[in-house]
Design a protein around this ligand. Structure first.
Ligand SMILES: Nc1ncnc2c1ncn2[C@@H]1O[C@H](COP(=O)(O)OP(=O)(O)O)[C@@H](O)[C@H]1O
Ligand SMILES: [Mg+2]
Length: 358
């Protein structure tokens, strides 16, 4: 029905969210669409059916963190999700905003080029010339929209923004007022945030910028660190569900078997730890996140699909892994060959691994 490449969580999961709202019997914070209990069920899933349906788990391996994140958002402070790339910080922030506010699109993507106007509001210059500085000439930014409608605003990769831009959020988080001094009418000169407004920011630990957040702003956030999945089984399962979902939605008739996902999760772990069945190999410079693993699998599936294979070939996985892990680092390409040699010695009797090393 939808032809969009990717739907926001509140559209993708509209049925689940409606169902949870209809069956929600717990207390709701003011301005929230769902109770904290129902938000938690939406994100962490539920084994026993709610009403007549079960809810799928969407974030794995960080259950206690998810609960604390929900509690933080019901309080006075913002939520800052930190962690390595690909640990589902963005996904969690989107799911939280969708469940709490019914809208995850009041979002700004942090970058060096972000200016205040991108976050707060800007002007429609044609109208500004014609009508002057009145509300109609104002173009609301994500912060304005979230405050006005009492929703969660998402600030992705906040530490990629210059510190002085980040610091615009300090008065917002403490006073919950947005000043708009340009407007003509006195009553328009400030916007009071409505109940339900709060802020979720994300930051990658690998970005050097993380230290450049002012301590005044840090004090206004609760920090939560998202951990990568450590267990191979868990990783394999996550890779399988996500990749198969993506393949199904692209109407590609090939799916990833448990074996192939297990192989991929094992390969990533081998490369991260530098061990193959007791044999040491030099670890690669880049570790692969679960998110990247999913896209490696997806690419391998496409190659198998378009080049006439019935199942996903480990050989293709190996080829896309090289691109993802080694990028343009020649030493890493050599280390990947060492890894293949280690597999030749330790797993040569296993057909899937034989195909992997080619
Ligand atoms: N612990 C996890 N639980 C669920 N999905 C995960 C997890 N870790 C990674 N993923 C997958 O990785 C994808 C990308 O994660 P993303 O939210 O973009 O990471 P980040 O913002 O931390 O870089 C997610 O959409 C999800 O498919
Ligand atoms: Mg992200």
């Amino acid at each position: 029905m939808h032809s969009a490449q990717r739907l926001p969580a509140e559209v993708q999961y509209a049925d689940e969210l409606n169902h949870l709202a209809e069956n929600d019997t717990y207390k709701k914070p003011q301005g929230w669409k769902l109770s904290p209990q129902a938000v938690k069920t939406f994100i962490l899933g539920s084994n026993k059916a709610i009403g007549n349906r079960s809810i799928a788990k969407k974030i794995h391996g960080n259950d206690a963190l998810v609960e604390r994140a929900i509690v933080t958002l019901a309080g006075q402070r913002g939520l800052l999700l930190v962690g390595e790339p690909g640990t589902a910080k963005s996904l969690l922030s989107e799911l939280l905003a969708a469940a709490i506010s019914g809208n995850s699109t009041d979002t700004i993507q942090g970058s060096a080029g972000i200016v205040e106007e991108n976050i707060r509001y800007s002007w429609n210059y044609a109208l500004l010339l014609k009508e002057g500085p009145v509300l109609d000439s104002l173009v609301p930014g994500p912060l304005y929209r979230a405050m006005k409608h009492g929703r969660i605003m998402r600030f992705e990769e906040i530490t990629r923004c210059p510190t002085e831009i980040q610091d615009n959020l300090i008065p917002i988080l403490s006073d919950r007022i947005l000043q708009i001094p340009e407007l003509k009418q006195d009553e328009d000169k400030f916007l009071l945030s409505q109940k339900g407004f709060n802020l979720i920011a994300t930051a990658n630990l690998n970005d050097r910028g993380i230290n450049e957040m002012s301590s005044a702003l840090k004090r206004r956030f609760n920090f939560e660190t998202m951990q990568p999945l450590k267990n191979i089984q868990q990783q394999a399962k996550l890779i399988a569900t996500q990749a198969n979902q993506q393949l199904a939605s692209a109407e590609i008739e090939i799916s990833a078997s448990d074996d192939i996902c297990q192989l991929l999760a094992t390969a990533i772990t081998d490369m991260r730890t530098g061990h193959v069945e007791g044999l040491s190999i030099s670890p690669l410079t880049n570790v692969l996140s679960t998110a990247e693993a999913i896209s490696v699998l997806y690419s391998a599936a496409l190659e198998s699909h378009y080049f006439g294979e019935q199942t996903i070939r480990p050989k293709y996985i190996a080829n896309y892994l090289i691109g993802a892990v080694c990028k343009d680092n020649n030493d890493d390409i050599k280390r990947f060959d060492d890894y293949k040699n280690a597999i030749k010695r330790k797993r040569n009797d296993l057909p899937l691994w034989q195909d992997f090393i080619g």
